[in-house]
Design a protein. Structure first.
Lengths: 222, 296
């Protein structure tokens, strides 16, 4: 594991806890980013230490703040409940036990959407760092990429040519692929592909990728 | 390892790089890992130091109440006494200021103010406490502080490379313990210490906080966290003085970190940020939680 020096003295954040406030907010914001549109209804499952002490660390407000797109140093985190109400975000916090294999600071966010429901599982591992542990029924172990690499995470239909279409689009801007990982649940079912690139994908290419055939969901993790 | 070092450990840094400054070593590691320029890194460090200093100033100027009502005005009240050199104190001015600034940072944090996690929010007071108090005594420049913060962060990164920094994973030794190691090494570097003396200061400080549990009342980052940061600064100052005076650590830094990791694994869950044991489980601790309507 390569830990960045600068990742240690940071983030600049609103208190009181880097794991239970800043990290929790980042998980909420990641869920918003993956969902790619404002969230209307969520169930938030808190596991381990998150379930025990979430209120005192404002973990609940931080997750809501993230789901509403706030940043870790936002002064509005403390007002997340009223802002959620104004934004028509309906939510429910549920204490749960996801089992021993999950880090004690883990949350599962279930976005309830008739067309495109989404389940995000992520852990806050200390100092504001987070690990994405799963999207829907795909199990992941995905740390935020460092510095100059960018990761594009794509949920798509398992179908011939999907990955070819995506990599071709990247080639048009000469964006080099550092690594690629793909898996599927069943033939013709949901598939997940992670492409790590050297350059940030341009907005134009990203939009093209999003509209490409058989793509359900796509986002960039930095 | 891709960045020219076999391992990101103190042993590796000390083995083949006797003539290279510790700051340069961490810089080589970081730039090859993240491809960020030296200028960009220093810009980030400068902003973080400003946020740290502002948090201290803000809290010493204005009183407020923390979320759990267990503080918010302690550092402000203490400053009126601690900054008076005419009173007869056991500790010197530097020690008192370090304790005061650390407390102010953590009170600001507990009031949902803006701070820099260093390495975490619960342990955020130690590095600014040590740095901004010693800045005045040793006349450190802003550039010195930037380099010192980078060294401190490097020490934290070496710990994080082996084990988690959250109280939930390793107890308070992973938070305040790591912060003490970071501040001790950073201060030793700024005072002109050798690479070995920097790692020694980190080892001495961390060794004496091994086993420290995370047992906050009601799960809030207030008691004992806020004052514990003040006490942490004293360990960093002592570790730096001892290292510069030539005292060695019998157990090398990398092994102290592994001991911390092992102790974290052996530590009962009730003592790892769940508010189910220790101070949180005392009659007074439970009463405070109950009065705040916090169910554990």
């Amino acid at each position: 594991m390569n830990t960045s020096v600068l990742s240690i003295s940071g983030p600049i954040m609103t208190g009181p806890s880097s794991s239970h406030t800043a990290g929790a907010l980042k998980i909420g914001r990641l869920a918003l980013q993956i969902n790619d549109k404002p969230i209307k209804k969520v169930r938030i499952y808190l596991h381990g230490s998150f379930a025990s002490v979430y209120k005192g660390h404002a973990t609940d407000k931080a997750i809501l703040g993230g789901l509403l797109g706030m940043s870790t140093d936002s002064k509005e985190i403390k007002n997340a409940y009223s802002i959620a109400k104004e934004s028509n975000l309906s939510y429910k916090f549920i204490k749960t036990d996801l089992g021993e294999k999950y880090h004690p600071n883990t949350v599962r966010i279930e976005i309830l959407d008739e067309k495109k429901p989404l389940i995000i599982t992520a852990s806050s591992i200390g100092g504001g760092a987070i690990i994405l542990k799963g999207i829907n029924n795909f199990y992941l172990n995905f740390k935020e990429p460092l510095g100059s690499t960018y990761s594009i995470i794509i949920i798509h239909k398992d179908s011939a040519g999907v990955i070819n279409d995506l990599t071709k689009m990247l080639t048009t801007t000469n964006n080099n692929i550092a690594s690629i990982h793909s898996e599927r649940k069943e033939k013709g079912g949901d598939a997940l592909t992670i492409i790590e690139t050297d350059e940030r994908v341009s907005d134009k290419i990203f939009t093209e990728m999003k509209l490409s055939k058989n793509i359900y969901s796509i986002f960039i993790m930095k | 390892m891709k960045n020219g070092f076999k391992d990101f450990t103190a042993k590796e840094f000390l083995k083949n790089n006797e003539n290279k400054d510790l700051y340069e070593l961490f810089l080589d590691y970081e730039t090859s890992l993240t491809k960020q320029s030296k200028e960009k890194i220093h810009e980030t460090l400068k902003i973080r130091l400003r946020v740290m200093e502002n948090a201290i100033k803000r809290k010493l100027k204005e009183e407020s109440i923390t979320m759990g009502k267990m503080g918010g005005d302690i550092s402000n009240k203490l400053s009126k006494k601690f900054l008076d050199n005419k009173l007869n104190w056991a500790l010197g001015e530097l020690s008192r200021k370090a304790a005061l600034y650390a407390l102010a940072t953590n009170e600001e944090n507990a009031c949902m103010g803006c701070i820099v996690a260093c390495p975490t929010a619960g342990g955020a007071g130690v590095v600014p406490g040590v740095f901004f108090s010693s800045k005045e005594q040793f006349k450190f420049s802003n550039k010195d502080l930037e380099k010192g913060l980078f060294i401190a962060s490097g020490i934290g990164a070496m710990i994080a490379n082996q084990t988690g920094l959250s109280g939930a994973e390793g107890g308070c030794q992973a938070e305040v313990g790591s912060a003490v190691a970071m501040a001790g090494a950073g201060l030793t570097y700024m005072r002109g210490g050798t690479n070995e003396e920097c790692f020694t200061a980190a080892s001495l400080g961390l060794k004496n906080l091994l086993g420290l549990v995370c047992d906050p009342i009601g799960g809030l980052v207030e008691v004992p966290c806020m004052k514990r940061n003040s006490f942490g600064t004293q360990f960093s100052l002592l570790a730096s003085d001892m290292a510069l005076a030539g005292v060695k650590s019998t157990i090398p830094f990398d092994e102290v970190v592994l001991a911390m990791k092992e102790i974290g694994h052996l530590m009962h869950t009730n003592l790892k940020e769940t508010a189910k044991g220790g101070l949180a489980n005392t009659p007074t601790g439970k009463k405070i939680a109950k009065d705040l309507n916090i169910e554990i």
